[in-house]
Design a protein around this ligand. Sequence first.
Ligand SMILES: [Zn+2]
Ligand SMILES: [Zn+2]
Length: 328
Amino acid sequence: MVAAHRQNRPWSGETVAREDPHVPNYVADCYLCPGNRRVSGAQNDKYERTFVFDNDHPCVGFDAPQNLPVSGGLYVSRPATGIARVVCYSPRHDVALAELDLLEIQNLLRVWQEQYVELRGRKEIAHVLIFENRGEVVGVSNPHPHCQIYATNFVFKTIETEARAGGRHLCETGRVLFQDIIEAERADGRRIIFENEFAIVFLPYFARYAYEVFVAPKTTHPSIACLSDREVIDFARALKSILVRFENLWQMPFPYVMTLHQAPTDSGDYAGFHFHIEFHPPLRQPNLLKYLAGPEIGGGNFLSDTAPEEKAAELRAQPGIHYKSRSM
Ligand SMILES: [Zn+2]
Ligand SMILES: [Zn+2]
């Protein structure tokens, strides 16, 4: 539901404080900075680009209890197992993904490719979820730029739904659902934020959050691993273009949940799956959270106070150079 006329209604509730942008480039007790020791006792490499390690406190592991208590009745339990990893984007504590240069972002995309390929190769892994939670409002207190990987013996719900919808669309129409979405977005044009030869960035017609943005290759690939070198270069540009615009919007670190949506790695047929990245930013104004309440949690439909076309225009109008590098 879009109710854009409501966005200026008076607000007297909670606001979110702006995050302090003054961060040192190395922090002695940061568990992600190069050479530092983590709580587990393990020591980080003195890495110079990216650094991947198994999470010391994984939410899924292969030592999950196998003999679960019988729940009885309708309820069925099974072990959730897998591998949880952390990927540090940069040895620098004080940079955001948006501030990495194009070569560093390309390098990160290649790390994601390698991780997907390695983890998909394990027969017990059904899905690889790569995501970044950014900002205190989504629960991250350490600003060191990093993402997480959950490689699990089950497929996450949203991916399962997308795979099923895509499979049904392919069956009914012979077309890839995501290609039809790109076609509809390009035909309208108002919600496209950035485009180059191989990649596209748009705020979809069906966006639930004010600044929900999709970044996708134009060619259908089931995962990031299938992107060619030229596609990686264009995808890095597209990703940087939206990250920089997010940061420029309010000239502050822009909180978001970023997730790579990739085909499951179980034995299913995912011919219609089109890899993309989704951003779900929780703020709708510089210091105002989008609250999930009655319509969203209670009813299951999102109520948006903003029109996607206006928000896309706002992002498009932002400069393509990060505000911090402009002021230098
Ligand atoms: Zn750090
Ligand atoms: Zn998706």
